[in-house]
Ligand binder design. Sequence first.
Ligand code: IPD
Ligand code: CA
Ligand code: CA
Ligand code: CA
Length: 261
Amino acid sequence: MEMNEHQIRRIDHAVCDWMLELRTRILNHFGQRLTVQTKTGRKDLVTNVDKENEKFYVEKIHGFDPQAKILGEEGFGDQVNSLKGRLWIVDPIDGTMNFVKQHDHFAMMVGVYEDGEPVYGAIMDVMNNVIYHGGPQIGVFANGLAVPEPENLSLSDGLMGMSASLVVNDVSHMQAIEHAASGMRIYGSAGLDIIAVLAGENVGYISYLKPWDIAAGRALLEPLGLVVSTIDGNALDMLSSNLVLVATKQAQQDILKIVQG
Ligand code: IPD
Ligand code: CA
Ligand code: CA
Ligand code: CA
């Protein structure tokens, strides 16, 4: 059954509390040695903090919403192969490489979906101690203050975020998009790239993203008049990897013109 505004506000309070508690734990970890392991290769890392965070979220979500399913990047949630019902999607540390190398420029993300539709999202910029949180029914806030709709700027009027994997894989049209934009930026955290678009600093972001990289962002972007699609303008498959375009409506049109020739 679809959640009402009151239930979504309860989720909001709980998730923001969990994120604040985890932030304190993360800062406490900085004095200690991190355990870093590789996953698919030397650029794909996971640390003890990613794992501890995900276990924390899974335990809290089970206590708060026992019927729901959980999809977590590090595998401590459920085996999920359907979008039916309520699904929590967790990225326990987004930008793990930055976390390991810089102790900066990383995020945490939690999204809540019902039958495949976003109902709630939260992205915490951990080192700046800012949480972007909300959803279609309750609006979008930054630490409790309403976020204004960003201006509907064109591609030529703004910066585009992107991921290094686009350069490495020589993805088509990236040079033309760079030429048309004010410039391209690589931050290394999908969460911070999405915050840059929410805050009106960038007009868009392009990256290969997994469900946990975009779940929270989608719940926050769409209520602010921003758009989320594949690079060719199609709807995302929230159970697999997509080449995702996040943008203002105008920048999306400008990019689709380039991509579709
Ligand atoms: C990664 C970061 C990175 C993006 C990758 C993601 P992770 O997330 O968000 O910026 O380019 O596609 O996988 O693995 O650090 O949570
Ligand atoms: Ca990862
Ligand atoms: Ca991520
Ligand atoms: Ca992660």
